[in-house]
Design a protein around this ligand. Structure first.
Ligand SMILES: C[S@@+](CC[C@H](N)C(=O)[O-])C[C@H]1O[C@@H](n2cnc3c(N)ncnc32)[C@H](O)[C@@H]1O
Length: 202
C-alpha cells in the first residue's frame, strides 16, 4: 500500500507537516479545562496539540496514533522537554477505553477511517467522557471530492453536518462548516471541505 505523504515528516524531528503550533480551536477553548483534566488525543500524529497542552501544564494526556514513526517522534520530543504525555502506537479500532476523559481531541483523523468505525468509536468516546467533558473534532466532509493527496486513504468522509447529529444530546459550543486551501511539499495548492465541532456532555 502507498505510504501517506505525512509519514515522511514523522521521521524528521524538525519538520512538522501539519504545523508545530496547536490547532486554533485548542487555544480558543483551553481555558475551559482544568490542568488536572484527563485528555485523549486521537490520531495525534507527531503531537502538536498534545505537546502544546503538556507545555501549558496539563499532566494527564493520553495520545495514540497507528504510525510508529509519529509516536517515536512524539516520545523523543516529550522526553527532551520532560512533558507528561502517555503516547501509544494504536489505531482507534484497537484502542480500549480504560478511563473517563474530560477532553477528547480528534483533528484530521476520522475521514481516514470507514464511516461505521468512526461513528461507533465516537459513541464509545462519548460513553467514556465525564459529564461536563468536551469533544473537539475536525474532519473532512464530502461536499468537495477528496484531493489526490488523500484520495487513497479518505475512506470515511462525513456528509456535511452529520457529525453534529451524533452530538444531538450534547451542548454544541461550536459547529463550523467551511472550505480551506492548503499546500504540502510535493502537493500543489488544493481545497478541502471541513467540519469542526466543539461539544460538551450534559
Ligand atoms: C492529517 S494527520 C493529523 C495528525 C494530528 N491529529 C494533527 O492534527 O497534527 C492524520 C493522522 O491520522 C492518523 N490515523 C490514520 N488512521 C488512523 C486510525 N485508524 N486510528 C487513529 N489514527 C489514524 C494518521 O497516522 C495520522 O497521524
Amino acid at each position: 500500500m502507498k505510504i501517506p505523504f505525512w509519514e515522511k515528516a514523522f521521521k524528521n524531528d524538525k519538520t512538522f507537516l501539519f504545523g508545530s503550533s496547536p490547532n486554533k480551536t485548542v487555544t480558543e477553548f483551553e481555558n475551559l479545562f482544568d490542568k488536572n483534566g484527563v485528555i485523549l488525543d486521537i490520531g495525534c500524529g507527531d503531537g502538536k496539540n498534545a505537546v502544546y497542552l503538556a507545555r501549558q501544564g496539563f499532566e494527564n494526556i493520553d495520545a495514540f496514533d497507528p504510525s510508529e514513526d509519529a509516536i517515536e517522534k512524539l516520545k523523543r520530543i516529550s522526553n527532551k522537554e520532560k512533558l507528561k504525555i502517555n503516547a501509544q502506537v494504536k489505531s482507534l479500532q484497537e484502542f480500549n477505553f480504560e478511563k473517563q476523559y474530560d477532553l477528547v481531541l480528534s483533528f484530521g483523523v476520522y475521514h481516514f477511517v470507514p464511516e461505521q468505525e468512526w461513528k461507533s468509536f465516537i459513541l464509545k468516546a462519548q460513553q467514556n467522557t465525564k459529564r461536563g467533558g468536551v469533544h473537539i473534532i475536525q474532519m473532512f466532509n464530502d461536499s468537495l471530492p477528496p484531493t489526490p493527496d488523500i484520495a487513497p486513504y479518505a475512506v470515511g468522509m462525513a456528509k456535511d453536518g452529520e457529525l453534529k447529529d451524533l452530538y444531538k444530546d450534547w451542548e454544541i459550543l461550536q459547529f463550523l462548516s467551511y472550505e480551506f486551501e492548503e499546500e504540502h511539499p510535493g502537493v500543489p495548492l488544493h481545497k478541502h471541505a471541513s467540519n469542526k465541532l466543539v461539544a460538551r456532555k450534559i
